[in-house]
Write a protein that binds this ligand. Sequence first.
Ligand code: DAT
Ligand code: MG
Length: 140
Amino acid sequence: MALERTFSIIKPDATRRNLTGAINAKFEEAGLRIVAQKRIHLTKAQAGEFYAVHAERPFYDELCEFMASAPIVCQVLEGEGAIAKNREVMGATNPADAAPGTIRAEFAESVGENSVHGSDAPETAAVEIAYFFSGLELVG
Ligand code: DAT
Ligand code: MG
């Protein structure tokens, strides 16, 4: 499997509860290296742009409000098969369905406030990394 990079967000519900370190430990234990990381506070409009693919979904407005409700930690994770590995460590979108030991099973509060975002494919990973980071900020 190839060395890959994926984009990750530690969401407002998790930064609010001081879970950044605990979540990063899960990534590192799984062999994912944090090659870029920054804490930012999105506006609702910026959250809306990031989640534009969900604009027609009934939960879109709530999702944008939530993503702008507190700081987030944006990250680039690197490793063998990093995109799939990160999705595995995150667990299912709804924490009620997430496998034991996953980030969402342990930390997520609800399907909407589910602690982490992770890219779902190489194309979205490339777009999402470029949206938040310049090449100079990626330190492998
Ligand atoms: P994922 O974050 O697992 O990739 P997704 O891309 O389908 O899931 O949805 C993006 C985010 O939107 C998700 O992390 C939380 C929110 N969301 C998804 N389904 C939802 C629902 N049924 N009710 C409320 N929020 C939802
Ligand atoms: Mg998604």
